[in-house]
Design a protein around this ligand. Structure first.
Ligand SMILES: [Zn+2]
Length: 184
């Protein structure tokens, strides 16, 4: 379920990991039999960006597994310490060559037994030139009616596009001072 069976050795000391119940009601955790290190298998945070460009919505066709040959909006994993909006803008630039302005948060997606938590933004292309990177076969711009629903890479791709097209959009917080007396 959580991929913890994929790890056999402690990343800290190299000792053998064993599965132990540390707290009733929680899943068993991989624990090092030598140094006691608890290997928490955390979720992986990813961002995706639904970009409106003059030609339509921007999708890229994946050149890597999972989802080889299928379409997804630009996105990828967030680096540790990287703010989510920065990651979304970075991935858009890397994967399709566009500079984007984030317009809002569409939604956040997670699924039972799956590691990724996918944060999906809505954005507008404000510069750059549409291109293809080494992780995609091609880049396309799609009118709403032409979205290839049967050839989307992930469940979050379909649900993100569906929510975006239905108008779901949460405002992003703006940088600035906090109120002097926080609202209760
Ligand atoms: Zn250890």
């Amino acid at each position: 379920m959580d991929e913890s069976d994929a790890y056999q050795f402690c990343p800290r000391c190299g000792g053998a990991l064993e599965r132990r119940l540390l707290k009733v009601g929680e899943p068993e955790r991989p624990v090092c039999g030598r140094c006691g290190f608890v290997f928490y298998i955390d979720p992986k945070v990813a961002v995706g960006t639904i970009i409106r460009s003059p030609g339509g919505l921007v999708l890229v066709r994946r050149a890597i597994e999972p989802g080889y040959g299928k379409w997804v909006f630009p996105g990828g994993y967030v680096d540790r310490g990287e703010p989510l909006p920065d990651a979304a803008i970075r991935e858009a630039r890397e994967e399709c060559g566009l500079d984007v302005r984030l317009d809002g948060l569409v939604n956040i997606y997670s699924y039972a037994g799956r590691a990724p938590v996918i944060v999906v933004y809505a954005a507008t292309a404000v510069g750059g030139t549409l291109c293809v990177d080494d992780e995609s076969l091609e880049t396309g711009e799609f009118a709403t009616a032409a979205i290839p629903w049967d050839e989307l890479a992930f469940r979050s791709t379909a649900e993100g596009l569906r929510d975006y097209l239905s108008g779901l959009l949460h405002p992003l917080s703006r940088p600035g001072p906090l109120p002097s007396s926080p609202p209760r």
